[in-house]
Design a protein around this ligand. Structure first.
Ligand code: 13P
Length: 250
């Protein structure tokens, strides 16, 4: 049985004092869950989030990473740096980074490898645009992104990769993919992984859904056969709302 993994992506929100207040309110609300809970926070909040989640069941992730270990890359942060302060997860290839910062399938793959070299767990985002969806290219797009992101990884690394299927048209729009639709897309991603890495690996990979997840639709989405939790943007900014999503099965 795959575990449900529910991650909040705060994006560019939350000052350190807000992050601390959030975690204080959020921690008791999710302490009894069997689901994995991750907060992916801005770089400046990482240290505060790590300190304030010590001894709790909440894990901390970053939202991006550079693929080189160190060097003249002004403004960037490496996987080694993230690991050195105790970060465990990192989002890679979010559609906003692909769209605004020229993230490519190639750089995503390099970042995934850098994450594993430093013992960080990558959460790799894939998803089609509205145009691609309307042209019937959803499966082609998401299976290609998945294949290229995972290229050159070992079976055990693939097992430890979290994929987040986030249809771009559903991000921040209030439009959620239907649970059936999202589940079908995720099945296609799993099939692609099975083709390359075999069934045993594919059966273990956590594949989340992201795009306007909220407490009112989490249960329906997460109870499908192949959706293993969610990557939650806007609704993760309020501790009580995000806790309801984490506790969807209570
Ligand atoms: P929303 O939940 O705000 O639609 O954002 C989804 C997302 O991009 C998470 O990474």
């Amino acid at each position: 049985m795959r575990k449900k993994v529910i991650a909040g992506n705060w994006k560019m929100n939350m000052l350190p004092n807000e992050a601390i207040d959030y975690i204080q309110e959020f921690t008791p609300l999710v302490k009894d869950t069997n689901n994995e809970v991750i907060l992916c926070v801005p770089y400046i909040d990482l240290f505060y989030a790590l300190l304030n989640t010590q001894g709790t069941n909440i894990k901390v992730g970053a939202q991006n990473v550079h693929f080189e270990e160190k060097g003249a890359y002004t403004g960037e942060v490496s996987a080694k740096m993230l690991k050195s302060i105790g970060v465990e997860y990192v989002i890679i290839g979010h559609s906003e980074r692909r769209q605004y910062y020229n993230e490519t399938d190639e750089s995503v793959n390099k970042k995934v490898k850098a994450a594993f070299e430093n013992d960080l767990k990558p959460i790799v985002c894939v998803g089609e645009s509205l145009e691609e969806r309307e042209e019937g290219k959803t499966v082609e797009k998401i299976t290609k992104q998945t294949r290229l992101a995972l290229e050159g990884l070992s079976n055990s690394q693939v097992k430890n990769t979290i994929i987040a299927y986030e249809p771009i048209w559903a991000i921040g729009t209030g439009k959620t993919a239907t649970s059936e639709d999202a589940n079908n897309s995720i099945k296609e991603i799993r099939k692609e992984i099975e083709k390359i890495y075999g069934k045993e690996v594919a059966d273990e990979v956590i594949i989340q859904y992201g795009g306007s997840v909220k407490s009112s639709n989490a249960k329906e989405l997460f109870e499908t056969s192949d959706i293993d939790g969610g990557l939650v943007g806007g609704a993760s900014l309020k501790p009580d709302e995000f806790a309801k999503i984490v506790n969807y099965d209570k």
